[in-house]
Write a protein that binds this ligand. Structure first.
Ligand SMILES: Cc1cc2nc3c(=O)[nH]c(=O)nc-3n(C[C@H](O)[C@H](O)[C@H](O)COP(=O)(O)O)c2cc1C
Length: 291
């Protein structure tokens, strides 16, 4: 599935050879109650092994997404999912409620939004607060509800457990990892914000560990795990599945190769054939932990 860098559906569709048929689902970018222009430039900066981003969730607001953007999607090609951002519990609930009566296949709660734009704190540092958001949103939609977690928790297992108890249908991880970059000549931040999010190859080992830990908690409850963070190759996607991911996401990898999903699919099919496996379900959680 695609997430994050996908905008509101048309970022990659103009590229020759790109097709939504190659992905199981497309997650729209973070959507808030009111339109947001996002943070001042620069919003993206390449690092040695990844990407730093500070976007500020630019989006046209939930009503424009629901009334104008979603009706234009060919939902028979792939599943379109919403990604909800908010600065208060009430905002999460209201945006979720407005997506409930639409064509989206699922609603994902991005819990990595600052509670207050000035203080830079993120929601999902606070276990109980995150669980309250999940429970409150669960109450206003019958759609599958996905909770998207960040890696920077004292105990991501505890967070996963609380979100499951609060009614999430699936867990998605990881979001970007906090980071910063400084221009040494100007001694200013390279980006328009001081604090940014790191994605891409650099964060893959962090994501793999977190997926392993969360999958262990989620599996007994039948809660699906979406693994993402640094996927660029078929081998990366297979590694995530062995770690416990039922579904694998790509975001930053698309900046380097917008046709990467076609290659990932072909590589996974070749791996399955080589290992005499009938499907990816046989890979999920197949890590040998002993011997
Ligand atoms: C430019 C950019 C924008 C993103 N926007 C969102 C967003 O709106 N909502 C969200 O939940 N995650 C967002 N993400 C996080 C990605 O979906 C993904 O979880 C993270 O980047 C790790 O995957 P990757 O290494 O494949 O990029 C964004 C990431 C990037 C790089």
């Amino acid at each position: 599935m695609l997430s994050g860098s996908n905008g509101f559906g048309n970022t990659y569709t103009r590229i020759e050879g790109f097709s939504y048929q190659d992905v199981g689902a497309v997650f729209l970018n973070g959507t808030t109650l009111q339109p947001r222009g996002g943070y001042p430039p620069h919003r993206l900066a390449e690092t040695a092994l990844g990407l730093l981003s500070a976007t500020g969730w630019p989006n046209p607001g939930v009503d424009a997404v629901v009334n104008t953007i979603l009706p234009a999607f060919a939902t028979e090609v792939t599943h379109i999912c919403a990604n909800v951002c908010g600065f208060t519990i009430e905002e999460y609930v209201e945006v979720t409620r407005r997506f409930d009566d639409t064509s989206v296949a699922a609603i994902e709660l991005n819990l990595s939004c600052p509670r207050d734009q000035a203080d830079g704190n993120i929601f999902d540092d606070d276990l109980e607060h995150s669980a309250r958001i999940v429970a409150a949103c669960r109450a206003v939609t019958t759609k599958p509800l996905i909770t998207k977690l960040s890696a920077h928790h004292a105990d991501i297992r505890a967070m996963a457990r609380r979100c499951i108890d609060a009614g999430t249908s699936a867990l998605s991880l990881i979001n970007t990892v906090p980071g910063a970059a400084i221009n040494i000549e100007s001694r200013r931040s390279v980006l328009g914000q001081l604090s940014a999010g790191l994605s891409g190859a650099a964060i893959k080992p962090i994501a793999i560990l977190n997926v392993m830990q969360v999958a262990e908690i989620a599996r007994p409850y039948g809660v699906a795990v979406i693994g993402q963070g640094g996927v660029r190759t078929p081998e990366d996607a297979i590694e995530f599945m062995i770690a416990g991911a039922d579904v694998v996401g790509v975001c930053t990898g698309l900046y380097y190769d917008p046709l990467v999903c076609t290659k990932i699919n072909a590589g996974i099919a070749a791996y399955l054939a080589r290992h005499h496996l009938s499907g990816v379900a046989q890979l999920t959680g197949s890590l040998h932990t002993q011997g």
